[in-house]
Design a protein around this ligand. Structure first.
Ligand code: NDP
Length: 401
């Protein structure tokens, strides 16, 4: 039995809180804390029965976090606020002796640059304190790393080529909206793309490389090469990988809107002064766009995210594809959320369960692929994200050696 503090009451926080609340044998006491307490209360009321306590917290403020943690005394914190809060929450966990899990790596607010170096620097401190910090336990990063670890453990002697393919073929009925926090989402896709090849990073202009990829049960969708954070940890943890890339679909409508917003300066993170108040245009844009948590009810269609791998097994070339498809309407029926929040929140809950039941508990700061993938993949289907695999099939790419 364990006590968990969830920080962040957005689209993902809603899923994590509801999924944890059902695991009475694992999480005996739950608190949901966020900047806006009314959002925590709304989620807790839907869960009912006083199962989830709520609190207001500014997660940028370490001492506020420390105060809350000392009062509630959790065994671990699940951080589903924003990447900016990763380091203050990790500091508070160290100060109070509490384990940590998140779904997105730290990035400084004034620079759209996400790297693991800031969080990996905590490894020794966590180890010495006997605490575990698990990084990036959503879907991507998260399940994609666990799929890769599973492939490496069961299907390959060497991994050579990894393509992570992420499709959202859903329709939320809005002219323009992002499926997770708009500020983080737009920062991610407007920066330069990057992929790993032959021991180095190759940079490309934003959204300049794209091709149609055929997704299971969906069909071909134009997919764009982006930099995504799990590429950094996977190429470090699997040094034999010759090339690793990440592809994500965007509809022509999404791209058009984004281009216009970029052209008029609305995606800039440089603060400007309006009526004497400093604000970054992107922060303003975030405030006028629909919240990710509001998209669920009328969302139709499905997501498909997986790993396409080429490598060697027993001296023979092998290809492998492992993936999950998730219907937005199924996410809505389960937790009143949309598919992207769901595919992030379910792995976060399950990662926390793995830690609290001792299956994944080891002091230090880790990425998910450093854990044993088996117990996680044995259970994730039962929580709503079943996976499929195919061995020696034709993959989406023909540009291998
Ligand atoms: P939302 O914007 O819906 O929710 C973010 C929540 O964090 C909001 O409730 C917000 O409060 C709260 N928050 C922001 N700043 C603070 C602060 N200083 N103190 C306390 N709470 C704060 O985003 P999502 O739920 O869609 O995303 C949550 C996280 O999940 C993000 O880090 C995102 O990058 C990550 N993610 C990871 C994915 C993966 O597969 N690995 C995929 C999708 C998302 P308020 O309501 O007041 O604004």
């Amino acid at each position: 039995m364990s006590i968990v503090l969830i920080i962040g009451a957005g689209g993902v926080g809603n899923v994590v809180a509801k999924k944890c609340a059902r695991e009475k044998d694992v999480f005996s006491d739950i608190m949901l804390a966020s900047r806006t307490k009314s959002k925590c209360d709304a989620i807790a009321n839907e869960i009912g029965g006083g199962r989830v306590k709520t609190a207001q917290v500014d997660a940028d403020n370490v001492q506020e976090l420390v105060g809350l943690i000392k009062e509630f005394k959790p065994d671990m914190v699940i951080n589903v606020a924003l990447p900016y809060q990763d380091l203050p929450i990790m500091d508070a966990c160290l100060e109070t002796g509490v384990h940590y899990l998140d779904t997105a790596n730290y990035e400084p607010k004034d620079e759209a640059k996400f790297e693991y170096k800031w969080q990996w620097a905590y490894k020794e401190k966590f180890e010495k304190a006997g605490l575990m910090g698990l990084l990036g336990c959503g879907f991507d990063p998260g399940v994609t790393g666990i799929y890769t670890a599973y492939a490496a453990k069961h299907h390959f002697d060497e991994l050579h080529y990894l393509d992570i393919v992420d499709c959202n073929a859903g329709d939320h009925g809005q002219a323009f909206a992002t499926n997770f926090n708009p500020e983080i989402n737009i920062r991610e896709i407007t920066q330069k793309g990057k992929y790993w090849e032959n021991g180095q990073w190759k940079e490309i202009d934003p959204m300049s490389v794209h091709k149609p990829i055929d997704y299971p049960n969906i069909g071909p969708k134009e997919s764009y090469l982006l930099y995504h954070e799990e590429l950094e940890s996977l190429t470090k943890n699997y040094p034999g990988i010759k090339r690793a890339r990440f592809w994500m679909t965007f509809s022509p409508n999404y791209i058009n809107h984004l281009q216009v917003l970029q052209n008029v300066g609305m995606t800039s993170i440089e603060p400007i002064k309006v009526k004497g108040v400093e604000i970054a245009p992107l922060e303003f844009l975030k405030a006028v766009l629909p919240e990710p948590s509001s998209l669920g009810e009328n969302y139709t269609g499905e997501t498909s995210i997986g790993c396409q791998i080429k490598g060697v097994k027993d001296g023979q070339p092998r290809t492998y594809y492992i993936w999950n498809n998730c219907k937005h309407q199924d996410a809505w029926s389960d937790v009143k959320g949309q598919g992207v929040s769901y595919t992030t929140g379910v792995p976060a809950m399950l990662g926390a369960k793995m830690m609290m039941t001792g299956k994944w508990m080891k002091p230090g700061v880790w990425n998910v692929e450093e854990m044993d993938p088996d117990p996680f993949l044995e259970e994730i289907g039962g929580y709503g994200l079943p996976w499929n695999e195919k061995i020696n099939v034709e993959l989406a790419f023909d540009d291998y050696d």
